[in-house]
Design a protein around this ligand. Sequence first.
Ligand SMILES: C[S@@+](CC[C@H](N)C(=O)[O-])C[C@H]1O[C@@H](n2cnc3c(N)ncnc32)[C@H](O)[C@@H]1O
Length: 237
Amino acid sequence: MIDYWLGGVHHHPIDVAAAGAFESAYRPCADIFRSLRAFSGRAVRQAVGEGVGQFLVFGAGVPTQANVHETAPGARVLYTDLDPRIVAVGRELLDGLDSVDYALGDVTDPNSIDPAVLDRVLPDRKRQPLGVVLFGLPAFFDDATLAGALDALYDAVPAGSRLLFDFDATELAGHPEALAMMGPAFHMREPAAFAPLLGRWTPTAEGIVPVARWLPDADTPEDVPDAFWGGVAVKQA
Ligand SMILES: C[S@@+](CC[C@H](N)C(=O)[O-])C[C@H]1O[C@@H](n2cnc3c(N)ncnc32)[C@H](O)[C@@H]1O
């Protein structure tokens, strides 16, 4: 569905139908996902500018449409996802690319990624700052699970590493039909409730803001609903 909303070609009629059904309850999906992908680009470019040359992406979905390896062409990138079907699609799409791969991984279990793949794609992950990317993931978890996962990731990475994240704010509370489609385990968060979940990760000066307003390229941020907030946080030396 996200690939469809982003104008990609790696989706099926069933995805288009599901996207259409959701849009009938909540219209601005395409604008919101474009804005999210633009935020991803700005956050990844900032990380590269700060010397980050390797990224570990959780809950990556379909790795197309200005995804991390396209935004940071020289970087080493390991995409991961819990869903083996998505991992298979990702591997196919990335086949032949140097320094980029896709593996199974559960963000709530630091040991879930094949260590041989980690060693091959991210050999310096314990020595050099790593970009840890969590886009479109927090809504799957309650606060304790999310805070525990972020804490374990903090321990696993070297100082200078950066956490790039977004999360669903409470926009869909005003759209009950769309909210119902997200199912009972969908966790929206008041923005003020997210910062404490970061634990020892320190947000950068840009703060935790609606993604369109995170270091916008133009003076005027994109005019989209504040459905997703996000930011970048750092593991200090
Ligand atoms: C909403 S999609 C986000 C895709 C992409 N990150 C983006 O923002 O465009 C969420 C993805 O997270 C994956 N996922 C769900 N639970 C997960 C978990 N515990 N660990 C890793 N991935 C998970 C799903 O399979 C799905 O591909």
